[in-house]
Design a protein around this ligand. Sequence first.
Ligand code: 2HG
Ligand code: ZN
Length: 474
Amino acid sequence: MSKESSSTTFSDQLPPLKSLKDLLDPSQVSWEPSDLQTYGKDWSKHLKAQPLALVFPKSRQEVQTLVRWARENKTALVPSGGRTGLSGGATATQREVVVSFEKMNRILDFNPVDQSVTVEPGVITETLQNFVREQGFYFPVDFAARGSSQIGGNIATNAGGIKVLRYGLMRQWVMGLEVVTGSGEFLQLNHGLIKNATGYDLRQLIVGSEGTLALITQATLAVTRPPQEALVFLLAVPELEGLMKIYHSYRSQLPLLAFEMFTDKALNHVLKSSGLKAPLQERAPYYVLMELEQTSDSVADQAMEILSSALEQGWMVDGSLAQSPQQARDFWRLREDITEATAFAQPYKNDISVRISQVPDFLRQMDSLLTQQYPDFEVVWFGHIGDGNLHINILKPESLSPEEFLQRCKSVDQQLFAMIQKFSGSVSAEHGVGLVKKPYLEYSRSPAEIQLMREIKRAFDPDGILNPGKVFDP
Ligand code: 2HG
Ligand code: ZN
């Protein structure tokens, strides 16, 4: 980030940048082209990053200073965390200033009586999980990007992941927030209270707002007792119908911690890229990765009984219970490594959900639509099926240019989203709207809802300086 090696200087840039350098220490401002490219975007691959500059505030006061500067200079700010988002929410495409929170990464307080932990927004998810575990507690919001995603981003996108079935989404764990709004106002929201019936819950409005209302400068999160040891199963499933029958049998009788699925196509990619061996003797079109909490000695026996009866009914053709922590980790890799194992093919991604009871019907219709519309593309789908949430990844054939590929995928989106609308489902279950899903918001939210969101944004951010153009247009 050395300024000396940079080929551009502030004086070459637009006028507001000249004054930006006076706000913070030089080590907290960069306009290096390589930094701008790295920090200017998230994992959504199809967008072009074009930030004006990059800043690293270290305190709430510095965040407030930046917001005041942005208002005065009519320059937009894009808040940025671990940049693991997949919808472009943290991508600066319009010469915005990227505000990275990676230098605000302190764990400030742990309170065993309140069962809460207070952190700055730049704390990495896994760092928080490990810290809380060392205190004898558990922070349950968890997903494959745990090693780089940050708490502020998790709150801004209401992150989901692999334990939602049992523990809920990020919003359930946010007890208090400190934020700076788009007008520079500092708000302390909910103060870590459990009960607080004093009007609108602005804290929850910030959760999932994708940085369009306020910048998060501190969060108080709930923690819980760690679960009992988990039993980790991998099941091979021959037909779509079997997936949800197995889910229902286990869910109605035993404490499920996770219920994930992936297809054989997904498995092939992970086996190829990881060098892991095929985990079961039988291959099948679908697999379930299931975790049960061993809350009593009888859980394992009951689980095996359900498994035998599912085999008898033909809902599954093979199944295995991990025999060691290492084997359990390997089972999880088969599911969690899919994103990285398919990244080489620049997948076009959709992240959708329907109500759990509608999953079988939806899967049938979706499967036939995808087979019909993408006869020549490889479609890899997987996801948190126990939450009604599926990830659809269309892999780009080498022969197509990225533009041609994108165009073909987008034309099928209209049909997929119309189907989701029929099911009253969501066009973005857990990855947010950002820029990528913005054109499709009306498939899941009514015009009246979107108008209200616009008005709420205006109240928090009258000059439209916070992540403008994300989620919806002004
Ligand atoms: C997951 O569940 C993530 O692994 C990423 O949400 C999903 O790559 C994807 O489509
Ligand atoms: Zn996911």
